[in-house]
Structures are given as structure tokens and as C-alpha cells.
Design a protein around this ligand. Sequence first.
Ligand code: LMR
Length: 307
Amino acid sequence: MKYLSCAATALILGAGLAAPALADTAGCDDGEMVIKFSHVTNTDKHPKGIAANLFMERVNAEMDGTACMEVYPNSTLYNDDQVLEAMLQGDVQFAAPSLSKFETFTKVFRIFDLPFMFKNMDAVEAFQQSDAGQGMKNSMARRGLQGMDFWHNGLKQFSANVPLIKPEDAAGLKFRIMSSKVLEAQFKALDANPQVLPFSEVYSALQQRVVDAAENPLSNFYTKKFNEVQTDLTLSNHGYLGYMVITGKLFWKKLSDDQRALITQAMKEATEYGNKLAEDMDVRYLNEIKAAGTTTIHELTPEQRQA
Ligand code: LMR
């Protein structure tokens, strides 16, 4: 693994050389197998970004000299609608799209998009650890993809530039959604207008009023600065957003038993750490959004939530 100093990076950028896709990596040595991990969120303040970096650090410590992982955050390598096809082509080896993004590969994750399906994160965790949940990791095997682990983000909240308190408040609004049929149906049931957009385009779509509203867990809302472009946030906890870390079956099969064991152990450590962090960050980012003073936060009464 090579070490490229910040000064060297500044020199490359200062010299106006074509900027490569930015990876969180120390650089790989010749002869090392390069393992690319692509995702779409922030890298150092987001549970997925931090878990991916920890996974990379553990793999690079244990496999130095033979393999080297590079993490590409913030959609710098692929958007979620491109990454699974790229994985099948062998161009990327790991990704962690949200469970809503697997629609064309499997329908089993649709359960996670159902509104009010899970009472809280403990209920999500219990289901994911059950035989039924663990079995979902193999649901895309015949399509060439292998699920590794569930990573948490958190429960979703609604945001807009008007208060969303009653179901009728959403009628007629354009909501950005992930590419999921269940989410499409959810907003149609509210007489709202769902619009599929990649995560990387959400901020500008909200800013330019291409869409009026969105649903996000607090870490996505805060780390992508959506609070700058949404005046109202409703603590609805109405749905779950989490991830499946995924790899290509062909890539996985090519590895030796030892390599698979090292990667599996590194993944386990990253999963445990990241999932605990997701819980803490949810609380922390609610406080940060309050402190930013940009957005009115609405809590629902039990009756409003029931409606
Ligand atoms: C989204 O598109 O809103 C999410 O999938 C982004 C993410 O990875 O949390």
C-alpha cells in the first residue's frame, strides 16, 4: 500500500491535472489485488461512510501486500443505479446500496420500504438477524450478487417547505424517492407525486424546486445539508432506510478460503461498529439540525401519527 501525502494530492490538483475519482485510500502497490468499494454518502460523518472506511482499514491491515481496498464515497465512482451492473462487469467489488435500490434484482427487500412496518430499530435488527432476514442475503445469488451484511442507517422522516402534519398536507407535493415501487405507492396513497432521483441530485433538486419534499433518515438529511433547502421536518419515523453490503459472486468465488475469512471478519467488525454508530448519530444529528436553526422540527402526537 502506497502513501500519497496531502501535499502530493494538493500538487496534483494545483497543477490542474485531470482529477481521478476520489477514493479514500492510501494507494495500492503494484501486484496487490485492488478491491473497490463504491458508495454514495458522506465519508467521515455518516454511519455508512465510517463503516466502509473501517472495513477498508481492516482489510488493508490484514491483507497488506496481497490485496488493497479503495473506498469511493459520495457517488464519485458510481450512483446506486449504476453500481450493481458495474459489479457484474467486475469493475467494482463492494457496494452498499439502500435496500430500496435492489428492485430490479430481487423483490424480497420490499418489506423494508413498507411504511410503519417496524416499530423501532430493535424490531428491524431482530428481523434482519432472524433466519428469514439472513436468508435474504442469498436472494440475488442467481443474478450474480452475494449479500454480505445488513448495515443500518435509521428511521426516515418527512421534510418539505411546508409543515407536514396531516396526510392531506402531502397532497400535490413532488416527493423525491429512491427507485422503489413500494415508495412510489406510499406517496401515491397520499395523493403526492413521487419522483425517482439519484441521491447525488437531491440537494440541487430541492434547492431548485424540481421537487418539493423528501424522506430521509436524519444522518442523510444533515450530512447532505438538506436542512439548508427544507424549512420543515416532521419526526414521523414512518419507514426504515438501511443497506445491504453486496459483492459479486464471481469475485467472491475467485478468492482463497483465507482471503474470504479475512474479509468476512473485517466486515463483521465494520458492521458492529457502524450499526452502533448509526444509532448514536441519529440522536446527534437531530441536535445538530436544531442547532443549525434552519428548519422547524415537528413532533407528531400519537393521534397525528396514527392518521
Ligand atoms: C438515498 O438514495 O436516499 C439513499 O439510498 C442514500 C444512502 O445511501 O443512504
